[in-house]
Write a protein that binds this ligand. Structure first.
Ligand code: PLP
Length: 397
């Protein structure tokens, strides 16, 4: 077997299972804020679109995806991120993927050149796929701490030149999971300059970009930053987007990547062999979903209401702030994060994720320690119930 498999870390939910093995949950219905899985119902028009296109099951799909879907995605990106008209060629600069998870992983396998001591830089805490992708691609994962002092954005100025020289991919996550931090145009442009200087690829995971609070201020994106600095061929830049959170279809496994044509051409070659074309009914339904914004606004309204209610309950008893975007809270804990997680289950049957399970220890400490992640994905009533129980537990610690 591939010995690199032994380097993979257990997934956070495996660690939680182990942590809670001996914990007897409080005798109340369980409420989970643990898994980052959207729970709002899938819009009916997406169900209908899948059903109406079931005849597509009779043909093999092309890995590159149907022209119509790529055109729709290019139009969506252009409008959403104010890209110069015609700057994003749907033929060469857009690829449908089966969810960003699959693409974030596969991307490193296609990009990394193992012969030059490759390093892949990533935020810490992070979405664990970045790390697994690096390890299986034969690259060294380098963890860049996201601390509150730096607005939960890595301190890129502190990265030594030697690392930039070995960097082949820089994963960024904006809005961040779990911190919710959104990078600014200036921060993104600084990274694009570094990518040009040291010849690496920026893989920008933007799968939470459509979940934000202020309708007039959507999070900016990497392609937008590139275009605004005159890099409208998006060299060194690849963005990852998903319908999972935007449209409440995590089971459809639909997303796309877009950006640098040269990199996408090579990635398409890799994918042809990998065999990961999107099933035709999902391609058709995805095209319809990307063309509708009304359901996404409704989605945001629901998250907005939940954040407001939960923060009102929790703010008086813990250090918790509204994130820039996304659906997570990332508060500090009054006691050790693992002990806090166990205590919440034992006393209130509320489930959350210890911050230290989403991050790695570094010489500068573990930025997830004594924080927890709470995903406000359940119904408003359940989120409120969970927040009230958490508050009660903290008041009685
Ligand atoms: C930061 C981040 N990236 C990517 C994904 C994968 O999403 P999907 O594969 O559903 O597009 C997730 C899912 O939780 C995530 O949190």
């Amino acid at each position: 077997m591939n010995s690199d498999l032994n380097q993979l870390h257990p997934y956070p939910f495996e660690k939680i299972r182990h942590l809670l093995k001996e914990v007897i949950p409080a005798n109340q219905p369980a409420v989970s804020l643990a898994i980052g899985e959207p729970k709002h119902p899938t819009p009916d028009f997406i169900h209908q679109a899948v059903i109406e296109h079931l005849q597509g099951l009779a043909t093999y799909p092309a890995t590159k995806g149907e022209t119509h879907l790529r055109q729709v995605i290019s139009t969506w990106l252009t409008q959403r991120f104010q890209l110069p008209l015609g700057s994003l060629d749907p033929e060469q600069q857009v690829l449908p993927v089966n969810g960003t998870r699959e693409a974030l992983f596969a991307f490193a396998q296609a990009v990394v050149d193992r012969q030059h001591q490759p390093a892949i830089l990533m935020p810490n805490p992070f979405y664990q796929i970045y790390e697994g992708a690096a390890l299986l691609a034969g690259a060294e994962p380098v963890y860049l701490n996201c601390t509150e002092e730096h607005g939960f954005i890595p301190d890129f100025d502190a990265v030594p030149t030697e690392l930039w020289q070995r960097c082949q991919i820089l994963y960024i996550c904006t809005p961040g999971n779990p911190t919710g931090a959104v990078m600014s145009i200036a921060q993104l442009q600084k990274l694009i300059n570094l990518a040009q200087q040291y010849n690496f690829v920026i893989a920008s995971d933007e799968c939470y970009s459509e979940l934000y609070f202020d309708e007039t201020k959507p999070p900016v994106g990497l392609l937008q930053a590139a275009a605004q600095m005159g890099n409208s061929s998006y060299q060194h830049c690849v963005v990852f987007h998903s319908l999972s959170k935007r449209s409440n279809v995590p089971g459809m496994r639909s997303g796309f990547i877009a950006g640098d044509a040269e990199i996408l051409a090579k990635f398409l070659l890799y994918r042809t062999y990998h065999g990961c074309a999107m099933p035709p009914p999902f391609q058709a339904a995805s095209a319809i979903a990307w063309q509708d914004e009304a359901h996404v606004r409704t989605n945001r309204d629901q998250y907005r209401a939940k954040f407001e209610a939960v923060l009102e309950i929790l703010s008086p008893v813990m250090a918790v702030k509204k994130p820039d975007a996304g659906f997570y809270l990332w508060p500090t804990t009054p006691i050790d994060d693992q002990v806090f997680t166990k205590t919440l289950v034992a006393r209130a049957n509320v489930h959350i994720v210890p911050g230290s399970y989403l991050s790695r220890a570094t010489t500068a400490g573990n930025p997830g320690q004594n924080r927890v992640r709470m995903a406000l994905v359940a119904t408003q009533a359940e989120c409120i119930e969970a927040a009230q129980r958490i508050r009660h537990v903290i008041e009685n610690l």
